[in-house]
Design a protein around this ligand. Structure first.
Ligand code: FPP
Ligand code: MG
Length: 298
């Protein structure tokens, strides 16, 4: 049960014995806890499983605290981000505290689980750096985009599923592929929502990614189908604050060329592949959680 994970995280925070950290943690919105759900679904609810799920969620929360500083994001899940409320220094340090406490606790699980999770954290840090570097360019290479979102987002889902399989005494290979596919699909949808969702629902302004310089999958696909004039226009708008007319042009072009449908389809195929793989392993119960990846509004 997810509440046992929540209680475990709270216990880890209490163990830090620091009032300020407890207060700051209480201000963080919890999110969907997808990674914890994945771990519990695969491995049940033994103590080591609950601890691993709590550790992964703490690492994930830490990465988002840092990400909001890096992205200059003042909202998270439709609420003010911690950096907006308390400033960058506090957000970075709370991230470091959650991250290092998570790593301390990881030592008590098993060497194999610790290796899987810590390798993913290396990957997600490399992925975030790649995201930052790529946003300084008008990247049109889909493979580079896919590698970046694998590292930034899918690596931790892949590791969550792999660690859970290890804890359950199962062969981790298929589970890791399942987690990887879900993670890539999750980030593709996240990038789509940045275009399709209005600011009040998503908790950040629409087209924020493009303004930040990120050419996510829909922009790569749009560029491919535009004529030379359209391509020049899209390029000229990259990494700029957009006025209403410019925003509307991008959205209209996406609609006219069915770019959102095309990108969504790609995410769906990955999820279907993941579901199929698990079915072949007798894991029907992992279908629902996979569907949740693509059926989300924010
Ligand atoms: C969200 O991407 C970002 C990530 C999933 C990874 C962030 C990783 C780091 C900051 C590396 C540091 C790691 C640790 C453990 C301290 P996004 O900006 O595309 O998504 P968003 O819409 O949720 O902001
Ligand atoms: Mg971000």
């Amino acid at each position: 049960m997810l509440s046992t994970v929540e209680r475990k995280i709270e216990q880890f925070i209490v163990e830090l014995d620091d009032k300020e950290v407890s207060t700051l943690y209480s201000k963080l919105p919890h999110g969907k806890r997808l990674r914890a759900k994945l771990i519990l679904k695969i491995a049940g609810s033994g103590l080591a499983v609950v601890k691993t799920a709590a550790i992964v969620e703490m690492i994930h929360a830490a990465s988002l605290l840092h990400d909001d500083v890096i992205d200059d994001a003042y909202t998270r899940r439709a609420k003010p981000s911690l950096n907006a409320l308390y400033g960058n220094k506090t957000a970075i340090m709370l991230g470091d505290i959650l991250y290092s406490k998570g790593f301390l606790e990881l030592n008590n699980i098993s060497a194999e689980v610790a290796k899987i999770i810590s390798n993913a954290v290396v990957q997600l840090s490399l992925g975030e750096l790649k995201d930052v570097s790529l946003s300084k360019t008008f990247n049109l290479d889909k493979d580079i985009y896919l590698e970046m979102i694998y590292q930034k987002t899918a690596s931790l889902m892949e590791a969550s599923a792999g660690a859970a399989a290890v804890l359950a005494g199962k062969d981790k290979t298929a589970y890791m592929t399942y987690g990887r596919n879900l993670g890539i699909a999750f980030q593709m949808i996240d990038d789509l929502l940045d275009i399709t969702t209005d600011a009040s629902t998503l908790g950040k302004p629409a087209l924020h990614d493009f303004v930040e310089g990120k050419t996510t999958l829909p922009y790569i696909y749009l560029y491919e189908v535009l004529d030379a004039q359209g391509q020049n226009r899209l390029k000229s708008l990259h990494a700029k604050v957009l006025n209403t007319e410019e925003q509307a042009w991008i959205v209209q072009q996406m609609q006219a060329h069915k770019i959102i449908e095309k990108s969504f389809f790609e995410a769906k195929v990955l999820v279907q592949e993941a579901i199929e793989l698990m079915r072949n392993n007798g894991e029907e119960a992992l279908t629902t959680i996979a569907m949740q990846m693509i059926d989300r509004k924010f």
